[in-house]
Design a protein around this ligand. Structure first.
Ligand SMILES: [Zn+2]
Length: 94
């Protein structure tokens, strides 16, 4: 992949992660790129531009996320995916 293609790929990924600031909590897969996939619940925190990312299966808190102009920060989503890959899922033990 050329640097230009890589940049376009990165922009597309970032756009795919955009969330509206209104509406209910969202369950979604975070995929793409070289980081592990994560199945997360994005829980809105009232009155502040933040979300809490939880494991969609066991609801364990993975990471707090910042909304910048209504958009998630790509670096924080990468951190969520790494934490998801490393967390011990309580649901898997059940
Ligand atoms: Zn879990």
């Amino acid at each position: 992949m050329s640097p230009a293609e890589e940049k376009i790929h990165h922009v597309l990924e970032a756009n795919a992660w955009r969330l509206r600031t209104e509406g209910p909590d969202v369950v979604r897969w975070l995929t793409g790129g070289s980081e592990p996939d994560a199945y997360v619940l994005l829980e809105r925190e009232p009155a502040v531009d933040r979300l809490t990312a939880r494991c969609a299966s066991c609801r364990q808190v993975l990471q707090s996320l910042t909304l910048v102009d209504g958009h998630l920060v790509a670096e924080e989503l990468l951190a969520v995916r790494r934490r998801f890959a490393g967390h011990t899922c309580a649901r898997a033990d059940a």
